[in-house]
Every structure is written in structure tokens, then in C-alpha cells.
Write a protein of this length. Structure first.
Length: 333
């Protein structure tokens, strides 16, 4: 492994950049699709506000964090201040409101870890999930979107990593692999290490939110930072190589925790993540930027960690040696 740790990138890596960029372009949603999402948000907000005038509906997840592919489902969060009524009852009442509003395929899922209502809007053809009072997800959506505005390479890299993860079936949390959210955090971490992105939570805060018991504060005037990474000329192909090389050969799985909150690598000792507690095995450690006791790698078990690491090595080796890396990288599993 030592040799591989210091392996230099192949000299001709940059010749694959146009192909990676065209894959990226093909995954980005169209203006028309984004307009439809906004239209649905507006019509649902109007419908729900008639019943709950003080509620507010937010877009979150991939359709709002700028890392969404075209044709992905829409995640919505209803914020409502009513303490008289339980979350489950809100979900059930919401289902009735939607029914009366002529939305289709309405399914309240009250027993899920995060209770939601699913629906389909016949007007736009879009499907979406609505959860209740999950404001931390709304705030982490904004953090991801703000990072994406600083340097375009973050979005390029994360789209390709997500596309790889979906092709190789390692983006399935119920199978013990990682969420899209975790992959985007891993990409932000890499770009922080290369000084292409700053650490917004370590800078003087211009945005504050208190959600549950978490203090969410960071510098969000990102339009002032759009030259931040300009000194670094790495192309998306080189960054992709670096991403997989890091997770295949450089990351110390026995010791390290990646933390975009601090912009550093922390140790499991520091986080007290050295042993299994309940279902948290801490086999790959990715700190959530706001819920700092939350390891986004908690879903990974002793079987899926093997699969993940083999996939990282496979991808790293393809990018290093393969004469046609694009086809091989995304080969369906
Ligand atoms: P897809 O394009 O749907 O694959 P996504 O960005 O919608 O990706 P997820 O489905 O993984 O991502 O999650 C939806 C949002 O929920 C993203 C993030 O704001 C929030 N979220 C997901 N997982 C976690 C988590 N473990 N902790 C905190 N927030 C999370
Ligand atoms: Mg999603």
C-alpha cells in the first residue's frame, strides 16, 4: 500500500476532461424542469397555507442543493409551529389536504424513520415526498448549495461521483452503502484539502440558524469567494482521480474522520468514535457538518465496507491504467 499511496497521477489524465464534462452536462436538469419544480412548490404552498396559514414549505435535498440529476424526485419539508398536534397527525392531515387538492398517488408513510407523505402532481408529472419540521436538512441543503457556488468543479466532480455510485450500486443506504449527501460531503472535503474550497464554518459567520440543539452558523456571502480556488488549475479528471485515490489508498480507515465543519481530518479518538455503539460501527467516518455527533458512515457494516473499498480501488485503478476509463468506470454492476 505504501507505494500506491504516493502514486503519481497518469500523465495523460487531462485528455479525458471533455468526456467527463459532457457526462456532467447530460445529467444536469434543464431550465424547464427547474421551472416545473418551482411551479409545484408554489401550488402546494398555496394549498397547504389555506389550512395552516403560519406554515412554510421548503425545497431541500438534491432539487435545491444544486447536486440533483434531471428527473429526480423532489424533497419538500413542511415547517409548522403547532405543538398541539403530533407529527404523525400532521402527516395524516396533510394527506387529506392533498387529496382534496386533486393530487395523486398520495401515500402517508407514518411509520418510517422520517415520516413522509408521497404524492404525484398530475399537472407537472413530478413526484415528491413531504416531511415535517426537518429543518436541519433545509439548512444543510443551503450549505451544499453555497459551496457549489464557490467553484464550478465541485458540482462537476460530485455529479460524476454520484453517477459512478449509482452505476456501481454503492448509493443505497438500505444496503449499507452511502447516501448522495455523504458523497457530496466527501467531494467538499477533497476540495478543501486542495484549497479549492474554503471552510465556510470556520470563517466569520454571516448566516445563523438554530435548529433543535444545533447551532448552524457560517459565512454565506459566497459571491465574494468566487476566485478562491483559481490558483489551483486541476481539471475535473484529475480531481476524480484524486478522489478515488484518496478513498482507495490514502484515507486511514482505522483512525481518520473527515470533517468539512473544521476543514480538517479529525481522529476517531477526538470524536469518541473508536468502538461500536448500538448500530454505529464507524467503519468509514464522515462527520455531519451540523449534527456533529452524527456519522454519515453509520449505515456501513462489515460487509458493505468491503464492497465500498473494493469499488474505490477499482475506480482508482481504472483512472490510473485503463485505456478507456469512461466506459469502465460507469459499467453497470
Ligand atoms: P439523490 O439525487 O436523490 O440521490 P439527494 O441529494 O436528494 O440525492 P439524499 O436522498 O441522500 O440526497 O438526501 C436528501 C436530503 O436529505 C439531503 C440532505 O439535505 C438530507 N440528508 C440525507 N441524509 C442525511 C443525513 N444522514 N443526515 C442529515 N441530512 C441528511
Ligand atoms: Mg433525494
Amino acid at each position: 500500500r505504501f507505494q500506491r499511496r504516493n502514486r503519481p497521477c497518469r500523465y495523460d489524465i487531462d485528455c479525458f476532461t471533455p468526456s467527463f464534462l459532457s457526462i456532467f452536462e447530460s445529467l444536469v436538469p434543464s431550465e424547464e424542469e427547474i421551472a416545473k419544480q418551482k411551479q409545484l412548490l408554489t401550488s402546494l404552498s398555496r394549498l397547504i397555507n389555506e389550512e395552516w396559514p403560519n406554515s412554510k414549505l421548503y425545497l431541500y435535498g438534491s432539487c435545491a442543493n444544486s447536486f440533483g440529476f434531471s428527473n429526480s424526485d423532489i424533497d419538500l419539508c413542511l415547517s409548522i409551529d403547532d405543538t398541539e398536534i403530533s407529527k404523525v397527525d400532521i402527516i395524516l392531515k396533510l394527506a387529506d389536504i392533498l387529496q382534496a387538492g386533486n393530487l395523486q398517488n398520495i401515500q402517508p408513510l407514518t411509520r418510517a424513520r422520517v415520516p413522509i407523505v408521497k404524492l404525484m402532481d398530475p399537472e407537472t408529472g413530478l413526484s415528491c415526498d413531504i416531511c415535517v419540521n426537518n429543518l436541519l436538512a433545509v439548512v444543510n441543503t443551503k450549505l451544499l448549495r453555497d459551496y457549489a457556488q464557490i467553484d464550478r468543479r465541485l458540482r462537476q466532480l460530485a455529479f460524476i461521483v454520484k453517477h459512478w455510485a449509482k452505476s456501481r450500486r454503492v448509493n443505497e443506504t438500505y444496503q449499507g452503502t452511502l447516501s448522495s449527501y455523504a458523497y457530496v460531503i466527501m467531494c467538499i472535503h477533497l476540495l478543501q484539502q486542495r484549497r479549492i474550497l474554503p471552510c465556510l464554518q470556520e470563517m466569520e459567520a454571516t448566516y445563523y440558524a438554530t435548529v433543535d440543539d444545533s447551532n448552524c452558523a457560517y459565512f454565506d456571502q459566497v459571491d465574494k469567494l468566487n476566485n478562491y480556488g483559481a490558483h489551483n488549475r486541476d481539471t475535473v479528471s484529475r480531481l476524480l482521480w484524486a478522489f478515488f485515490h484518496y478513498w482507495a489508498y490514502e484515507h486511514d480507515y482505522t483512525r481518520d474522520v473527515i470533517s468539512i465543519r473544521t476543514g480538517r481530518i479529525m481522529s476517531k479518538e477526538q470524536k469518541d468514535w473508536t468502538r461500536r455503539v448500538g448500530n454505529d460501527r464507524h467503519l468509514i467516518c464522515i462527520e455531519d457538518p451540523f449534527e456533529i455527533s452524527h456519522d454519515l458512515g453509520r449505515v456501513v457494516d462489515k460487509f458493505s465496507i468491503k464492497i465500498l473499498r473494493e469499488e474505490f480501488e477499482r475506480a482508482a485503478n481504472i483512472l490510473q491504467f485503463d485505456s478507456n476509463p469512461i466506459t469502465a468506470l460507469f459499467e453497470p454492476y
